[in-house]
Write a protein that binds this ligand. Structure first.
Ligand SMILES: [Zn+2]
Length: 305
């Protein structure tokens, strides 16, 4: 299944001429999973190739304005563009309150249903047939969460040549074998493992939101194919990172190493960095596969070989 990450906003705290506020979309098959909705993020949504009427879930890491205020504008824009499918929104309990209160106060009607889910603790948030989204407490100066999208294992590859050799007729029996069932053909037992290879791992993507690096998060992000981690500051401003409960690029890279992340993408940059050269250099000294995000950057994430 095709999976791409689209960065809709990559600036910390305030927007710049080149960067909007935090928002990351993961387009997976026909579904969009949105992580954070900073003010005005729907503008980049419109500019991207993301579709307004896709199945959609929105996860908000915390209630700071640069991560949550854009949710109203997003809902309004989706509605004015005729969205009909319901939308599921996950965040700490105040998010539901904020959305309910504001929509009533502003008095805008929506063309679709909004299902609000309050995050009351860590663990499983959403489950579909082939993936789960989980959350872990982050270390910020308000209640904040980090998220993981984890795809479930995929069945192994079906060896058609072997199946023909074994005289198995095409159709229903192929399906049974693929699903793990053993069958009997012409009085002979054929095990699923005779024709189906071992299960193949799905992909795992971690999203930090705003946080200090913690031991707990490095466990939570264990074995990510892609880790998207905030790097608000360069190493020379580590004291500011500590003071404001953020991370430096080097700290993000160190955590990515500890958790065994294959690729690290830095985002959420302080507006003092017009270019990310310094941040990238500092992170690349520690982790071998680091990239930086910019607005509307798209990353295609294939399955692990
Ligand atoms: Zn922020």
């Amino acid at each position: 299944m095709d999976l791409r990450i689209v960065f809709l906003g990559t600036s910390a705290a305030t927007p710049t001429d080149e960067r909007g506020l935090s928002s990351i979309a993961i387009a997976r098959g026909n579904e969009i999973l949105l992580f954070d909705a900073g003010e005005g993020m729907q503008r980049n949504f419109v500019r991207s190739s993301l579709r307004m009427n896709s199945k959609m879930k929105v996860f908000i890491t915390h209630m700071h304005a640069d991560h949550s205020l854009g949710i109203l504008g997003l809902l309004q824009t989706l509605s004015l563009n005729g969205r009909t499918l319901p939308i599921d929104i996950y965040g700490e309990p105040r998010l539901a309150e904020f959305i309910k209160y504001s929509t009533r106060l502003i008095g805008f009607g929506l063309s679709f249903d909004v299902n609000l889910h309050s995050i009351e603790g860590e663990g499983l948030l959403a489950r579909e047939d082939d993936y789960v989204v989980t959350c872990c407490e982050a270390d910020h100066n308000v209640t904040a969460y980090s998220f993981c999208l984890t795809e479930l294992e995929r069945p192994g590859i079906f060896d058609i040549r072997r199946a023909i050799q074994l005289g198995i007729p095409e159709g229903k029996l192929y399906k049974q074998l693929q699903s793990g069932m053993d069958i009997v053909v012409n009085g002979r037992m054929v095990r699923s493992s005779d024709v189906v290879g071992p299960c193949r791992p799905g992909r795992k993507i971690g999203i930090s939101g705003d946080t200090r690096p913690t031991e707990k998060l490095s466990k939570f992000f264990e074995n990510c194919d892609l880790l998207i981690f905030e790097s608000t500051y360069a190493e020379e401003l580590r004291h500011k990172a500590i003071e404001n409960f953020h991370s430096t690029a080097a700290e993000a890279a160190k955590l990515a190493n500890q958790s065994g992340a294959r690729k690290l993408v830095l985002t959420h940059f302080s507006t003092r960095y017009r270019q990310n050269k310094q941040l990238l250099e500092e992170a690349r000294l520690i982790h071998e596969n680091v990239d930086d995000a910019h607005d509307l950057k798209v990353i295609h994430l294939p399955y692990r070989q």
